[in-house]
Structures are given as C-alpha cells and as structure tokens.
Design a protein around this ligand. Structure first.
Ligand SMILES: *[C@@H]1O[C@H](CO)[C@@H](O)[C@H](O)[C@H]1NC(C)=O
Ligand SMILES: *[C@@H]1O[C@H](CO)[C@@H](O)[C@H](O)[C@H]1NC(C)=O
Ligand SMILES: *[C@@H]1O[C@H](CO)[C@@H](O)[C@H](O)[C@H]1NC(C)=O
Length: 495
C-alpha cells in the first residue's frame, strides 16, 4: 500500500474524527436547583438546556426525576451530595458504596445518564457553618472515591467538592497574595493532594454579585467584564474584573502550596434578577452576557490562560430556596421559574437564548385585595404574614421589582402568590374577607412587577415532545451508524 494512499486515508479519517469532536465539545454548563413549589417537568428543563446549547449540568442531589430526564440527553452530569449526608459517608465506606450504587452506577448503566463528577458536599467549609462539616468532608471524599473505583467507575467519574471562595483570601488584598484560610489550611491541602492524585478537579463557587452586595464601597464596575475605569494593579498584571482577580487569588494559593497545575472548575457563578437593589434584569443581563462572551472566546485569566469549565448559577428560579443569605436567593435563574425569558442573551454568532416550550399553566385568574377592603383593616397584617410564610414574597423586598406597590397592591401581590402556590385552591383566596378572585391581570403596566400564574403540575403536554425527541434520536443514531460504518471501512483501507 502506497504511502500516498495511507496519507489521504489518514487525513480524511482525522478530518471526520475531529469534526465530530469539535461539534461535541463546545457547550455551556449550568446548575439545576430543584427547590421549587412548582417545578417544570424535568424533560421540559432538559429540552430547554439542549435548545440553548448546554452540555454540562450540576445537580445538588441525585434527584431521580432529573437524572432520568438526563438519560441519553448528551448532557454530562455532576451529581451532588448534600452536606447532611457527609457525616455518614465519612464514617462508613459501606454507606458510600451504597450511595454510589444507587445514585451513580444505576443511572449510568440502566438509564444512560452521562455522570462525570460526584460533588461531595456543597460549600462545606463556608464560614457561616462554623466548622460543622469540616472534619467529615475529606473522609467522605475518600470513601466516595473508593466506592467509585469499586464500581469500576474510577476513570469515568471524578470526585470533587464545590467550595465557597471564602476558603481562600489575600492578606495583601491582591491576587498574588492568595492563600487558604488558616483554620482550614490543613484540610485543604489533604483534599487537594488527594484529588490531584485521583486526576480529579477542585471546584469553587465565585460570586461577584455577593462581593458587591456585601460591601457598599465595592467598585460596581469591577463586578462586570466590560467596564472598570480603575483596574487593580498587581505587579505586571492589571485586573479589570473581580472574577479574574478572585480566580487568580485561588491560583496563587494553589501555587504557594505546590499545586499550580491543579485542574479547577468554577462550580457556580451568576447574577440574580430580584430581591435587592443590585439584583435586577439590567445587571444580570450585563454580567451573564459578559460571562458567556468569555466562555465562547475560551478566555482564561492572567494567571491561567486555559479557561476553567464554568457552571452558571442558576438555570431556572427556585421559589422555595432558603432566603437566609438574602431575598435574592430565589432569583438566580437565567430563566424564570416557568422557563420563560427574563432577558435576551447572545449565545454566540447571534444565536439567541430561547424560552421553554410546551409549559402548561393554571387558569388565568388571580387573587387580589378586594376593592371594598380597607388598607387599614386590622386583619391585614395577619393575612400578609400567613401568605408570605407559605409563598414567595421576595419580590416585595426593598429595591425589588414589586417594592413600589402601595399597601393594597402589596397585599394583592402576597395574596396572589399564596393562591398560586396553593394551586388556586378556592380556600386559598380567603384572607379575613379582604380578598377576591379576578380574571383581570393585576400586574401594574409598564413595570417589571409580575403577578404570576403558576405552572400546572397536573397536565403537561409531554407526549408530543417525547415522540419528537425520539424521532430526532433515531435520525441521529442512524447518521452515527452510517458515519461509524464509513469510518471502519476507511480505517481498514488505511491498514
Ligand atoms: C442515594 O443512595 C442512598 C443509599 O445509600 C439513599 O439513601 C439516598 O436516598 C439516595 N438518593 C439521594 C438523592 O441521595
Ligand atoms: C474536628 O477535629 C478536630 C481534631 O480531631 C477536633 O478538635 C474538632 O473539635 C473537630 N471539630 C468538630 C466540629 O467536630
Ligand atoms: C408589603 O408586604 C411585605 C410583606 O408582608 C411587608 O414586609 C412590607 O412592609 C409591605 N410594604 C408595604 C408598603 O405595605
């Protein structure tokens, strides 16, 4: 066989192969949180991810519905383990083996879920936990890794632990001064060594929004990627945004401890749209568009030119998330709770963000304060308190989208949220005789304040989407079959 022929064959094969690889490789990554009173059906969410070019997703727990929907989706999955399971997993390797069998192996082998990472704990070293999970985290990581190896998944599934950016700091205030927090320094080094030896990544959550929200003197422009008239100068490097500065503080900390080449993932980063003054549509759009632009450009940081995988937080809003950190917690989504658009984004080459399809809603009716009711009614405070204990009133917080309503509008918003959250049950619009059901949309015109109607948990149009999905899958598999056939023939010709 002539060298020429071999060469041509080889090049052609390479060409086909690399095209496949390039097509398969690029994509966005996101966090899918499930703390919602009215979650979208998982298959609608997975479709929404695929429609918008998401190829990786992180779950905070091994939720059966979400994992099932991710089966054969082409989306790679990081499955989380909540902090309250760390203790038992740390103390007993059999608990870790059972966890991996049930929540990883099963989904890979029986449902075609492409699980690539297990995230052990979530921000376990957060200062506000006062060390509660510090001792259990490393042994839990070791046991899960042992369980993955035992299950024959040691190569395919990597263990990691998402940490809050408060595990590192800089005494000089500059990225080059980065090191780990003294109280957890030993734990950090043990974990990093272990992950490094297991060819597994470190994962960090970095939040420019929280930096801005926590510090009234924080230079706002520095939170975004397109501004900053006053860069932070660190030796020969000028930092124009806090994400770069924060990430490089981490890289400095790793370098100082001898792990400069440690692989790193950004496990969470994003911007909320409501709940406090800086959490609004304009800022979120600006931040996330900047973030997406750098992901598309594969832009690294001054200290590390290879960009990390970046998981956006979050994909959709969660109206039942804890608001301990602040009322903005329920508004991190790129999409609203129902998969509708908050703001447009350019996903590269002008490809727009698209909304969820096939979502079914409860009937178009709202619960509001009746026209006859008196804003000074002594029963009002009680009613509001009841409504906002069980439903999400965070959009009424100071600086939020509905904070400009008068007392009656305010009460109507709270009544309606309760009514919707209770699936529009008749008895859910009874507030000491102050409320009434209406079919006229009470949302103030020309405002970002929306009186919502919840997703209907009963009747979803899932039939058409699945059968269309199945059809697409079939065509896709046929193309793959033909391609692999051609590939085999070419290879055999080459040899
Ligand atoms: C995972 O597996 C364990 C068995 O060890 C089980 O108790 C747990 O509920 C499973 N699911 C999740 C979401 O962790
Ligand atoms: C963690 O372990 C250390 C050393 O064994 C011990 O002193 C400390 O009290 C433990 N912390 C917690 C929260 O259990
Ligand atoms: C609106 O309702 C919220 C929640 O009950 C309450 O905290 C706030 O003070 C109310 N604002 C007005 C203007 O009535």
């Amino acid at each position: 066989m002539g060298f020429q022929r071999f060469n041509t064959c080889f090049l052609l094969t390479l060409c086909i192969l690399s095209q496949g690889l390039v097509k398969g490789a690029f994509g966005f990554a996101c966090n899918w949180g499930l703390r919602s009173t009215h979650p979208l059906p998982p298959q609608v969410v997975v479709k929404l991810m695929k429609d918008n070019g998401f190829k990786q997703v992180k779950l905070f727990e091994a939720d059966p519905g979400a994992l099932k929907a991710l089966g054969n989706s082409g989306i790679q999955v990081m499955v989380g383990i909540p902090n309250d399971m760390l203790e038992s997993l740390a103390s007993n390797v059999n608990a870790a083996i059972a966890w991996v069998n049930q929540n990883v192996s099963n989904y890979i082998s029986k449902m075609g879920v492409d699980i690539r990472h297990v995230a052990v704990g979530n921000e376990a070293f957060l200062k506000t936990y006062n060390g509660r999970f510090v001792n259990a985290t490393f042994p839990a990581i070791q046991n899960i890794q042992a369980a993955l190896i035992k299950a024959g998944l040691g190569r395919q599934v990597k263990v990691t632990t998402p940490l809050n950016a408060d595990v590192y700091q800089s005494d000089s205030g500059l990225p080059s001064g980065g090191n780990f927090r003294p109280d957890i320094q030993d734990q950090m080094i043990s974990i990093i060594k272990f992950l490094y030896q297991s060819a597994a990544p470190l994962t960090f959550n970095i939040y420019p929004f929280l930096s801005l929200d926590a510090d009234p003197n924080f230079p706002k422009e520095f939170a975004f990627f397109d501004g900053s008239n006053a860069p932070v100068v660190d030796g020969s490097v000028s930092y124009t945004n806090v994400l770069d500065a924060n990430f490089d503080t981490l890289i400095s900390a790793l370098e100082k401890n001898g792990f400069g080449s440690m692989p790193v993932i950004i496990g969470e980063v994003g911007w909320p749209t409501d709940g406090t003054a800086n959490a609004n549509i304009k800022n979120a759009q600006r931040f996330n568009q900047g973030l997406i632009n750098r992901i598309i450009k594969r832009q690294g940081t001054p200290k590390r030119s290879t960009p990390p995988d970046i998981y956006v937080f979050g994909f959709i809003d969660e109206d039942a998330k804890s608001i301990e950190p602040g009322p903005f917690e329920r508004h991190w989504g790129m999409f609203n709770f129902d998969g509708s658009m908050k703001y447009p984004l350019n996903l590269g080459g002008g490809k727009p963000l698209v909304a969820a399809k096939g979502v079914k809603y409860l009937p178009k009716q709202w619960c509001v304060m009746s026209a006859q009711a008196n804003a000074m009614d002594p029963g009002l405070a009680d009613s509001l308190s009841k409504a906002c204990t069980y439903a999400d009133c965070t959009s009424l917080s100071p600086g939020s989208s509905c904070s400009g309503l008068d007392t009656k509008g305010n009460a109507s918003y709270a009544f309606n949220m309760y009514y919707q959250t209770m699936d529009q049950r008749k008895d859910a619009c009874q507030f000491n005789g102050l409320s009434v059901i209406t079919s006229i949309n009470p949302s103030p015109p020309q405002s970002t304040c929306h009186f919502e109607i919840m997703v209907d948990l009963g009747v979803h149009e899932t039939r058409t989407t699945t059968s269309m999905g199945a059809q697409k899958m079939e065509i896709h598999s046929m193309i793959m079959l033909v391609l692999s056939f051609i590939f085999t023939i070419m290879l055999s010709l080459c040899i």
